[in-house]
Write a protein of this length. Structure first.
Length: 223
């Protein structure tokens, strides 16, 4: 996955004291959990530097309501004059136009504990306390970011995680949210796993996440 990071050259840098004023409030923390299970990333240039949060989406459509939902939640962590980075290209095989849109926050100390929880030796992982920190809000963002309708059930992509981590996520879905699910391997991406939420659990899933999913994403859980 490519991350397109806008240059910060020429932007006034905050002092150490000014950076310390930023904090992750509860609802932002819940959103981050779901985003990290899908397309969100935090990077840290060195072991002593402050991390920064990246988010991007790519595809054929220009209107991206989910992207802007995420951006509105995190723009407070971006510089005041920040604008999103948009890139377009033509696929050589399909001849169709694609685009990606992304934003990157400032480097802030409030992201340190989150980076430490989600990354080990540069690899994104599932935190050991995921049972405690994944809420219906986070699950809704996971679905909006990486969910796909499959027949009358739902697939959740978990390509970047280990087998043990995927099993942990299934345990959380079973025990905390009460939904039945299993692992489906996806042959088109090297037989990597996806979590499949069964049709019989979709009503219960909708009951828990529906209010947090924007209209353009309702199709993923069935309207």
């Amino acid at each position: 996955m490519l991350l397109y990071v806008k240059s910060t050259k020429g932007i006034k840098r905050l002092t150490k004291e000014e950076r310390s004023f930023y904090s992750i409030i509860d609802n932002i923390g819940e959103i981050l959990v779901g985003i990290f299970l899908s397309d969100g990333h935090i990077s840290r240039r060195t072991k002593t530097s402050n991390p920064r949060f990246h988010f991007h989406q790519s595809g054929k459509i220009q209107k991206r309501p989910y992207f802007y939902l995420v951006y509105e939640s995190f723009k407070i962590f971006c510089t005041k004059d920040y604008s999103n980075y948009i890139r377009t290209w033509i696929d050589k095989k399909t001849k169709q136009e694609y685009s990606s849109i992304s934003f990157t926050t400032m480097q802030l100390p409030c992201f340190i504990s989150i980076h430490n929880a989600w990354y080990l030796n540069g690899r994104k992982r599932v935190p050991h306390n995921i049972m405690d920190i994944l809420t219906p809000v986070g699950l809704a963002h996971w679905i909006m970011g990486d969910g796909s309708r499959k027949n009358k059930g739902l697939h959740l992509s978990v390509y970047s995680f280990t087998t043990d981590e995927v099993n942990l996520l299934i345990k959380v879905l079973n025990n905390k949210f009460g939904v039945k699910c299993s692992i489906h391997n996806h042959s088109s991406v090297g037989n990597k796993p996806r979590i499949y939420i069964w049709q019989e659990s979709m009503d219960l899933l909708r009951l828990q996440v529906n209010e947090y999913i924007i209209p353009s994403m309702k199709y993923k859980i069935g309207k």
